[in-house]
Design a protein around this ligand. Structure first.
Ligand code: HEM
Length: 493
């Protein structure tokens, strides 16, 4: 089936991309290498309006017209679009040349200096090392029960709310359940208090930050515009809630009055981590930033990909039948257990293919820290790079018939020989998504449980259009009818 955006295959590369003599941070020849081809743009504003209208569309067009490395101007800011696995691999693995965005990164307004937004390499490294053990595959498996409880509640909620054949906004439902999962895993018994962080509040904050990211002409944050004030009110509520829970947990830990059930949640673990050299833990501010980062990075991304997966399944009956057969055979009429996941590989392949076509974090930004040459072109210090996963996942040197939805691309055999950066929805290099195992386990579980209970059919006439913000959402939600599967007990009335 064809997705909403129907990009034509890129034209043969206008920009040849020779392998640099030294991969990554070489400045050899920087003075002589030409600048990357520049996308057509307006005087003064440059590509600001095109980016604001649809950044993915603008960058897709730039890629087709000019090749894998394209220069854009956003007012006074120079930005380069990176659209091949080869160049992306260079950029994402060389953090000495290509760093995180600096203090002007608008995402910092929400996430502070958590792992995702910190540009101080030393403190990022210290916190990443401390937090890594929390997010290993084995450690994450201890959160399966919380995820399964949320999933069961979601199935029950849908059964109580919808009759078979009713129209459901699958995007809204997926946001609801993934927010519940991250809340339970982070705060367990305090989960009710996180209801203040509604999906609408998160969306308002994310849109605000993204708008500032692509529009250098945004009014200063301290101006009392209605939009600034709405954003600040949302952030105040989030902070009050988070600092409140942190304080209570610290107090309880000091009086040895740990929460009753004994099973540590993500917040307990964040409060317990210690620097191996100094023995010091994280400050309240650091814990706050990591908590909000986990909420910000860890629920919408998974919700969106699940939404796209159900959309793709509804247009590909054969794939749908196969995944239904798999889950029916393994699960019968029960909810998935941890052990079941390994027996349902096709369901995971469906999710990975959805992540290819609709990478939920489609653009990974970097700041060029020193003059360098990338793909044969001079890239000056101070320029921003936008690694475009949406284009990379459709690159016709690496993907046959790239617009076709085909989970067979992710069998063990099909993965072999593929460029290691041709599929990288979780990024690559030292900043590889720390929540990858969390996301994959959660998505696998939800996909299997929901396919077992429901068949979602896309409502004819409902418009499906990408909206690339920091994430890649369906602009008008995802209207689908929910049909209880025969034999699935406890589903829609
Ligand atoms: C389908 C789901 C997800 C996708 C597609 C995704 C994607 C990404 C990508 C592309 C990056 C790299 C950013 C960069 O290099 O600048 C990243 C980083 C990150 N992600 Fe995820 N993510 C997902 C789920 C999660 C979850 C569930 C969590 C937490 C529980 C999480 C937490 C983070 C954090 C903290 C970072 C920053 C890592 C660092 O720089 O050290 N993500 N994610």
């Amino acid at each position: 089936m064809t997705p909403a955006r129907e990009p034509a295959a890129p034209t043969p590369l206008a920009t040849p991309t020779p392998t640099p003599t030294t991969v990554g941070a070489t400045t050899v020849g920087a003075a002589t290498a030409p600048a990357a081809p520049e996308a057509r743009a307006l005087p003064v504003l440059g590509s600001v309006l095109d980016f604001r209208k649809d950044i993915l569309d603008a960058m897709h067009q730039g890629w087709r017209d000019h090749g894998d490395l394209v220069r854009y101007r956003l007012g006074p800011v120079v930005v380069h679009g990176v659209s091949s696995p080869e160049l992306a691999g260079v950029v994402l693995t060389d953090s000495a040349t290509y760093g995180k965005l600096g203090a002007d990164n608008p995402l910092r307004l929400i996430l502070g200096e958590g792992l995702l937004t910190s540009d101080d390499h030393e403190s990022w490294m210290r916190n990443r090392r401390m937090m890594q053990p929390i997010y290993t595959k084995q450690a994450i498996s201890r959160m399966f029960e919380s995820m399964a409880a949320s999933t069961a509640d979601q199935v029950a909620h849908m059964a109580a709310t919808y009759r078979t054949g009713d129209v459901v906004d699958v995007h809204a439902e997926m946001m609801r359940v993934t927010l519940d999962i991250v809340s339970r895993c982070m705060f367990s018994t305090d989960v009710e208090r996180t209801r203040d962080i509604s999906p609408e509040a998160v969306e308002l904050a994310v849109n605000y930050a993204f708008d500032r990211l692509q529009n250098p002409f945004s009014p200063p944050t301290r101006w009392p515009t209605p939009r600034n004030r709405r954003f600040q009110a949302v952030m105040r509520r989030m902070d009050t809630m988070t600092y409140g829970i942190i304080e209570e947990r610290r107090r309880a830990a000091a009086s040895a009055d740990r929460r009753g059930d004994g099973a540590p949640d993500l917040l307990d673990m964040l409060l317990d981590v210690r620097d191996a050299d100094t023995g010091e833990g994280m400050s309240d501010r650091e814990v706050r930033d990591e908590v909000i980062t986990t909420f910000g990075a860890g629920h919408e991304t998974t919700a969106i990909t699940l939404t796209w997966a159900f959309y793709l399944l509804s247009g590909n009956r054969e794939v749908l039948r196969r995944v239904q057969e798999e889950v029916d055979e393994v699960l019968g009429d029960r909810m998935p257990t941890m052990a079941d996941l390994a027996a349902m590989p096709y369901a995971l392949q469906v999710f990975e293919e959805a992540l290819r076509l609709y990478p939920s974090a489609p653009i990974v930004p970097r700041l060029v820290l020193k003059d360098t040459v990338l793909g044969g072109h001079t890239v000056p210090a101070g320029s921003r790079l936008l690694v475009n996963l949406y284009n990379i996942h459709r690159h016709d040197r690496h993907w046959a018939d790239p617009e076709r939805f085909d989970p067979e691309r992710f069998t063990a055999g099909a993965r072999k020989g593929r460029h290691r950066f041709a599929h990288m929805p979780f990024g690559a290099g030292p900043h590889l998504c720390i929540g990858k195992h969390f996301a994959l386990m959660e998505a696998h579980l939800l996909l299997a449980a929901l396919v077992r209970r429901y068949e979602f059919r896309h409502v004819p006439g409902h418009r499906v259009v990408n909206q690339a913000s920091i994430t890649l959402r369906p602009r008008y939600g995802m209207s689908m009818t929910a049909h209880a599967r025969t034999g699935a007990a406890g589903t829609a009335r």
